[in-house]
Design a protein around this ligand. Structure first.
Ligand code: M6R
Length: 615
């Protein structure tokens, strides 16, 4: 969490840093700050609680033609969001400035030691401790900034991506990373530093992604040298050519990124299977799977680890994998898995799912699984992300940048990738009949058209949203493949509208939650024709007899559920196993409209951040 941007070169730094912060605001947005160093040797800092727009307002008086600058958008960990705790932080001498994404876990003992040595602190942050530690080390041994950063980081426990600037050496910025992402954009006589490449995409398509435990002194007119923080060894910089374009990271006429991303789903699902799915030939080809086919086929079980929406995609995959391949599957919250001494062996295949590829808990779960000898396969969206590098093999979802904090297209593309993997394995194992296998391939190929059709429910979803926008609670019910969709629907609603919502397997109602039903309680039931339709109809009857308000997601032409429901949203028919790709669409739209009607900040909901790089 937190977004960091730095610039050193020949252009004015202010607009680059501010625009960059706006693009990184999805990472954290409770406070923001900027530092500029101008040719007269003035170091100016402006910081504020609130969004980058508030910072822009506040920093008018510091704008200069400075060509060196750093900025930060924060998701608070240590210290409440306020002006003082915002970054950049200065060292006691006022010479060093730092921006930091991550957590310094041992900041308390370090702080005590520094206080004993005469240092004082104005903020409650771990970051202010780090910048003073660097200053202390630098002064004590009369070190250059790069060396001082290295020595200090070797005393630190935790996670970081940092930029450090020294007013006594104003032609360089020292950067380092451990556990939090950091990219360096390499231009002509200029460098850009950022948490991801979006802040510099219009200036250069050459990027270096620092690996964990690496640091660099980014110096003007000098080749970039990357070193290992621990042993000082030099690393060859690998310059990657970026494929991202500006259009992909802008709103393209939509009011919110979330809506844009919901509407992108037909296209991005196609991008996900393009070149991999050849329905007429009965072929599914994914390099990461082909190269490791034996590992999957010989697996005693598949263990899926993920968080949040990605975990829900994992739950859908559990149903799909077991049905198609007959390989036992378990799905775990990465945050629980990592701390419970799980039983894993080299006969397990661990599948880690993550949109950002940076989620700290998922990353830790992967490391643990690897230590225990498992083969780990990643399903990530962000190319070159930490998880994609940490796993043995993987498949990208190709959904393009997802900026809205609420995950939408990541979910459907993750399900698409996982379904393709399951189909490929079923072919190798012969666990699906030939006709079923071909049928699924063909259905998957036309899913984008059905998603497009499901998007036509937008206006109707908005009308329903108008009726339920003031609800305080909401229940989501589904069965089988659509039970995880119920969980995902509830998560979408709570995270962006702040309405309390729960997802349940419909049949579990009678074991407790049915007590909640009264005429105030909207119940969203996912009831497509395929699957456990009759059972779900009985569950709907149970709700109706207790006066609950029923909003049902049904297959086009349905009459039975329509009669029982207060509102229905009709979606096109597909097979049970692929239905989550369709049923989820109206639920995304419903949450979106409810949140908009309640005046919530849909793309940046309170207390959240897009990529959760702290545990
Ligand atoms: O980047 P990841 O997929 O690893 O993120 C996992 C969760 O933090 C994420 O899905 C979160 O739950 C979303 N905000 C849900 O919309």
């Amino acid at each position: 969490m937190c977004g960091i941007v730095g610039y050193i070169g020949h252009r004015e730094a202010y607009p680059i840093v501010i625009k960059g912060l706006k693009r990184l605001e999805y990472r954290g947005y409770d406070s923001a700050g900027i530092m500029l160093f101008d040719k007269e040797g003035d170091l100016k800092i402006s910081k504020t609680k609130g969004k980058v727009a508030d910072l822009e307002e506040k920093s008018k008086e510091i704008i200069s033609a400075a060509t060196i600058g750093m900025g930060h958008t924060r998701w608070a960990t240590h210290g409440v969001p306020n002006d003082v705790n915002s970054h950049p932080h200065l060292s006691n001498s006022g010479n060093l400035a730092i921006i930091h994404n991550g957590i310094i876990e041992n900041y308390e003992p370090l702080k005590k030691e520094l206080i004993k040595r005469g240092y004082t602190f104005t903020s409650d942050t771990d970051t202010e401790v780090l910048v003073n530690l660097i200053e202390d080390v630098k002064k004590k041994d009369n070190l250059k900034l790069g060396k001082a950063v290295q020595v200090a980081l070797n005393q630190v426990v935790g996670a970081y991506a940092i930029c450090v600037f020294d007013r006594e050496k104003p032609d360089e910025i020292v950067v380092a990373r451990l556990g939090s992402p950091l990219a360096i954009g390499v231009g002509k006589d200029e460098f850009f530093i950022a948490s991801d490449a979006s802040p510099f995409i219009e200036y250069t398509s050459n990027a270096i992604y620092l690996e964990d435990e690496e640091m660099a002194v980014v110096r003007l007119h000098k080749p970039l040298k990357i070193r290992k923080i621990k042993d000082d060894s030099l690393v060859d910089p690998y310059i990657q050519e970026l494929k991202m374009n500006l259009e992909q990271i802008e709103k393209g006429g939509y009011e919110h990124f979330m809506l844009k991303e919901i509407y992108e789903q037909p296209n991005v699902i196609k991008d996900t299977y393009r070149g991999r799915l050849h329905a007429n030939e009965g072929i599914i080809q994914m390099a990461g799977v082909e190269d490791n086919l034996e590992k999957f086929l010989n697996a005693d079980r598949i263990l899926i680890v993920a968080c949040g929406t990605s975990w829900h995609a994992g739950l859908v995959a559990e149903y799909v994998f077991e049905e198609f391949t007959r390989i036992p599957v378990e799905v775990e919250y990465a945050s629980e898995f990592r701390y419970r001494n799980p039983i894993i062996s080299s006969k397990d295949v661990v599948v880690a799912i993550s949109q950002s590829g940076e989620t700290a808990d998922t990353l830790a779960a992967i490391k643990l699984a690897k230590e225990k000898g498992a083969f780990v396969f990643g399903v990530c969206n962000v190319v070159g992300s930490s998880i994609s590098r940490e796993t043995h093999a993987g498949a990208y979802t190709h959904a393009g940048p997802e900026i809205g904090v609420a995950s939408t297209k990541a979910f459907t593309t993750q399900i698409t990738v996982l379904t393709m993997i399951a189909l490929r394995l079923s072919k190798a194992k012969g666990t699906l009949s030939n006709s079923d296998y071909f049928r699924y391939l063909q259905e998957l190929e036309i899913i984008p058209e059905k998603v497009q059709e499901a998007l036509m429910t937008n206006e109707h979803a908005k009308e329903i949203a108008e009726k339920f926008k003031n609800s305080t609670n909401c229940l989501y019910l589904g069965r089988g493949y659509n039970f995880p969709v119920a969980l995902e629907g509830a998560l979408k609603l709570k995270e962006i509208s702040y309405i309390h919502a729960e997802g349940y397997p419909a049949a579990e109602m009678k074991h407790g939650p049915i007590a909640l039903i009264d005429e105030q309680m909207p119940v969203i039931v996912i009831a497509p024709k395929q699957g456990h339709y009759d059972k779900v109809v009985s569950n709907i009857q149970e709700i109706k007899s207790r006066s609950g308000k029923i909003i049902a997601i049904v297959t086009k032409g349905d009459t039975q559920v329509k009669e029982l429901s207060d509102h229905i949203i009709e979606i096109p028919e597909t097979s049970d196993a692929l239905s989550p790709l369709i049923t989820t669409i109206p639920l995304q739209l419903l949450s979106y409209h409810i949140a908009v009607l309640r005046g919530c900040n849909v793309d940046q909901p309170r207390n959240l951040a897009k990529s959760v790089t702290v545990e």
